[in-house]
Design a protein around this ligand. Structure first.
Ligand code: WTA
Length: 651
């Protein structure tokens, strides 16, 4: 268990009350809390009925007959793509769904009518290639409009999608495709990243050589750098859709039919396929998107600057915004290309009113300096959000002052791939905020901090975050592994969902989420398992043993620190250091490359042979090591610490 950095988070205790002007126009009302407290099931039923179009409206809200396999709206029927597209066409088909901006500067504007036509054509294309309701479709793309189109087309024909982040390696694709037994893979020839091409199709080619379940690969032409197309298997997107009709009958889906699988790292080397279903997920996405981001469909230009390869993009670039008939900005590239003012330039150009990003990005903006946002007119912004990791008060204040003009409310939103939608967040216009605190559970959500025995703590105490009651957008299971679902989330505190985070309740009842308490790292807001990186390292011939910990990093929150013992015959050289980093990149993806690798003749272990990760974390963060005499090999600790110190001085 890691030590949450309480002192880091709590040193600033300022409160920002909502402005009366914001409150006067806010979507959220204080009374929602009372309504949901009285009857949380009825609260969600009301939202499901009011916010979604049902083919058959549900008569049952929560089915809790087989916990923790909760179900919602079980006799309801709907289609998600129809909710995101068709119902907006009659009065608002010409409204922009996405202002898309390519990294090289090209742009596309897709109205709801355009998006609908594209989705229908591609849905017909999928069907023509033999994809049927229930078949899994893997999607490995850059941030192009076709990514959202592909997801919605899958939803239209009832084929669950599994989006694989475009930064993952070929081996990661193989694991995910295999686990889901996906029949189809959708990709791009390449993606633009800082002016160069990420060879997505080449990665797919490597993956498909070991993925017998894949029958076809559809390829979007984006970078035009030339790729191999295998006759009979690979099809260009533009060829596939060319002759398709732009209407496609949506499949009638039960509320509990699988909408998607999204893999996330757990505490073992094997990623977990998080399962989200149809009715409950969209209820959570639409409700939270409207209340937390205060969406006014007629006037807002909303930008969630995440990647669709992660859950934030699923819920708050695709499903939530489209269900709410929102105009969004979608950007392909990185915030520092061609220069460090790219985001601010886009905000000024499109008149963005709501921006949602991650603390790691904000800390990078801080480091680059206020001169970049100052070059542009950001006065269109009226609301800011953050997600993915705890935000330190300094970064919150910088965001508030330099991006929000000291007036825009900030919503610090806590949630997870598993929760499907935001769980803990201020309601803008209602909640007084404190920099660094996610404040309170949303209406209908019951987050509680408990002690080791599962007893809710008093104000002023810390413990473990739990969710005491089911909610509509919760994961339904781990794909193909119900037991792991029960063991991971529901066993430690029976009757409660355990997300794996530590938290504190302050004297005023505000929640402060302090970070993971398991062996999952959070690097730039991305979850990476220590075990996954360790097994990638020991997969290399030179490595006898490896231990990986999350070290504190000023920008990325945590950084991956690896400690490696080599097999005899191998020397700890700089060349091997780089080779091992690349090996991890090849096994998992560039995001998992360790920041540092320290070679050591042995790893610190307890007498029972367990690696002392806490000690390695202390070494990485240059903390006082305290008493290490209970270790089996205490003398090794000093040697590693000295090496870590030397490596930092070299940097
Ligand atoms: C962390 C991202 C503190 C947390 C949507 C959680 C946060 C994990 C916050 C989920 C926040 C997310 N404050 N920590 N506002 N938001 N986290 O699945 O540790 O990629 O368990 O979902 O990110 O990461 P995931």
């Amino acid at each position: 268990m890691s030590e949450p950095g309480i002192e880091n988070l709590l040193h600033e205790e300022r409160t920002f009350p909502p402005s009366p002007a914001f409150t006067a126009q806010a979507n959220a009302q204080e009374s929602l809390y009372g309504e949901a407290d009285d009857d949380f099931v009825a609260y969600w039923m009301r939202n499901a009925m009011e916010r979604l179009d049902w083919i058959t409206p549900p008569t049952v809200a929560l089915d809790d007959s087989d916990p923790p396999f909760y179900k919602w709206f079980t006799d309801g029927e709907l289609n998600i793509s129809a909710n995101c597209l068709d119902r907006h066409l009659a009065n608002g088909g010409d409204k922009v769904a996405y202002h898309w901006i390519g990294e090289p500067g090209d742009t596309r504007t897709l109205t709801y009518a355009d998006l609908s036509a594209e989705v229908n054509r591609f849905a017909n294309g999928l069907r023509s290639l033999g994809v049927e309701k229930g078949d899994r479709v893997a999607i490995y793309m850059g941030m192009v409009p076709e990514l959202a189109i592909a997801m919605l087309a899958c939803a239209r024909i009832g084929a669950p999608h599994s989006v694989i982040f475009g930064g993952f390696s070929a081996e990661s694709i193989i694991d995910r495709v295999h686990d889901a037994q996906a029949k189809m893979l959708i990709t791009c020839d390449g993606a633009w990243r800082r002016g160069s091409v990420v060879p997505l199709k080449d990665n797919c080619d490597v993956a498909m050589a070991s993925s017998p379940s894949i029958e076809h690969c559809v390829v979007v032409e984006r970078t035009k750098h030339g790729v191999d197309m295998q006759e009979g298997r690979d099809v260009w997107w533009h060829d596939l859709v060319e002759s398709q009709a732009d209407t496609c009958e949506p499949e009638i889906m039960n509320a509990e039919d699988l909408l998607y699988i999204l893999y996330t790292s757990g505490t073992t080397a094997k990623p977990k396929g998080i399962m989200h279903t149809t009715g409950g997920y969209l209820t959570g996405a639409a409700t939270t998107h409207s209340l937390v981001f205060d969406i006014k469909p007629d006037t807002d230009v909303y930008w969630c600057a995440a990647d669709i390869g992660w859950v934030t993009g699923h819920t708050y670039i695709v499903y939530g915004p489209l269900a709410n008939h929102t105009t969004s900005v979608m950007y392909e590239g990185t915030p520092d290309y061609p220069d460090k003012d790219r985001l601010w330039e886009i905000i000024a150009e499109y008149g963005v009113t709501i921006l949602y990003t991650a603390p790691t990005a904000i800390r990078a903006f801080m480091k680059w300096g206020a001169e970049y946002p100052e070059r542009h007119d950001l006065t269109s912004l009226r609301l800011l959000g953050t997600v993915g990791e705890p935000i330190n008060p300094e970064a919150w204040m910088w965001y508030h002052e330099h991006i929000g003009g000291s007036t825009s409310p900030i919503v610090d939103t806590w949630w997870q791939t598993e929760t499907g939608s935001i769980m803990i967040s201020p309601l803008p216009g209602i909640t007084a905020t404190k920099p660094g605190s996610t404040t309170h559970s949303l209406p209908g959500i019951t987050a509680q901090v408990v002690d080791m025995d599962g007893v809710p703590v008093e104000r002023g105490e810390g413990g473990f975050l739990t969710i005491a009651k089911p909610w509509p957008s919760m994961l339904r299971s781990i794909y193909g592994d119900d037991q792991r679902y029960v063991d991971t989330y529901w066993t430690r505190y029976p009757g409660r969902y355990f997300p794996g985070d530590g938290a504190k309740l302050d004297e005023e009842g505000y929640l402060w989420v302090l970070g993971r308490v398991d062996d999952v790292m959070n690097v730039s807001g991305h979850r990476i398992s220590t075990m996954e990186v360790e097994s990638a390292l020991v997969d290399h011939d030179a490595v006898a043993e490896a231990a990986v910990v999350g070290a504190t990093d000023e920008i990325t929150g945590q950084a991956i620190a690896a400690f490696v013992t080599l097999r005899s015959g191998y020397e700890p050289t700089d060349k091997l250091h780089d080779e091992l980093r690349d090996h991890v990149g090849m096994k998992i993806g560039a995001i998992a490359k360790p920041r540092t690798i320290i070679f050591t003749p042995d790893l610190p272990k307890t007498r029972s042979g367990k690696i002392m990760r806490r000690l390695l974390r202390d070494i990485s963060d240059h903390r006082d090591l305290g008493d290490v005499t209970t270790l089996a090999n205490a003398e090794i600790v000093q040697a590693i610490a000295e090496q870590a110190e030397a490596q930092t001085e070299d940097d």
